[in-house]
Write a protein that binds this ligand. Structure first.
Ligand code: CP
Length: 299
């Protein structure tokens, strides 16, 4: 079964998550063709991006979608047009799906709360709250290495408080019954996150980890208030502290030698990071194909 919007992970069933994985794999192996050729996708990003934006654009091209870039700075938002009227205008123009990254959570709430919207919306990053397509990409990447994730231990290290990737990853890994170790100093912890194992100590949190996700310190959200030297000394992943057989993931962009040492990034453990980038294209293709292929099936 397909879905109208993809705003968060919790609204997806395990079956839908598995369907996305299988469809992405079929696209990657060139086993199936797009059934959504000629539909219209608009892309709106009001926060910076390289890999999410490019992988969506590449995925749209691969599916035969027509792409329309929405530039906030040159749009009529600058003339005080509301979000509601902007969406209605895009609908009237025949846009089928809006791929949206925004620092404004309200935009996503408005989409969910307004059933009159016909346009479909994919969340490409919502403030510090959610980034479901990155979480699904991380799932896909892990599944390519481990056939079952049930009972596996994943450690997430770093600026959990400001990471939308961590929030969506945690939602997803809980659904998959994984053990989740969150490792962060107090200034990066988020006490609202429950049902996980919190660690202050890097070595303890990394014990038994099958995979480790390193997070970038979100400097743009913390106004220089964090002791970076303390962080690097106590939490930087390095060849000395990294579990020998674990996979290293990173949603990117990386700040080399801050959250992960250059030396560790040059080991085979880190090969997974560019696998994530490549896999992101197929996962986003699968999501768009599922959302757009048959509007009558949408729930
Ligand atoms: N992972 C991620 O969201 O990267 P970008 O900000 O480059 O899109």
């Amino acid at each position: 079964m397909t879905f109208k919007h993809l705003i968060d992970i919790n609204s997806l069933t395990l079956k839908q998550i598995d369907d996305i994985f299988k469809l992405a794999r079929d696209f990657q192996l060139n086993k199936i063709k797009s059934s959504v050729v000629g539909k219209n996708a608009a892309i709106y990003f009001d926060e910076n991006s390289t890999r999410t934006r490019f992988s969506f654009e590449m995925g749209c091209h691969n599916l035969g979608l027509r792409i329309f870039n929405f530039n906030k700075e040159t749009s009529s938002i600058q003339k005080n047009e509301s979000f509601f009227d902007t969406i209605k205008t895009l609908e009237a123009l025949g846009i089928n799906v809006l791929i949206m990254r925004s620092g404004n959570e309200q935009f996503f709430n408005e989409i969910l709360n307004n059933e009159s919207f016909k346009i479909k919306v994919v969340n490409a990053g919502c403030a510090i709250k959610s980034h479901p397509t990155q979480a699904l990409t991380d799932y896909y990447t892990l599944k390519r290495h481990y056939s079952s994730l049930n009972g596996k231990t994943i450690a997430i290290v770093g600026d959990i408080m400001h990471s939308r990737v961590a929030k969506s990853d945690i939602e997803l890994f809980k659904k998959l019954n994984m053990n989740i170790n969150l490792i962060a100093p107090p200034y990066f912890q988020d006490i609202n996150i429950k049902g996980v194992n919190w660690y202050n100590n890097l070595e303890e949190g990394l014990k038994n980890a099958n995979a480790v996700i390193a997070l970038r310190i979100q400097n743009e959200r913390i106004n220089g208030t964090v002791p970076i030297i303390h962080y690097v000394k106590n939490y930087r992943l390095d060849t000395n502290n990294f579990p020998k057989n674990a996979l290293l993931l990173h949603p990117g962009p990386q700040n080399r030698d801050i959250e992960v040492s250059n030396e560790l990034l040059n080991t085979k453990n880190a090969n997974t990071i560019l696998e994530q980038v490549a896999n992101g294209v197929y996962v986003r293709m699968a999501i768009l194909e599922k959302m757009l292929k048959d509007d009558n099936e949408t729930v």
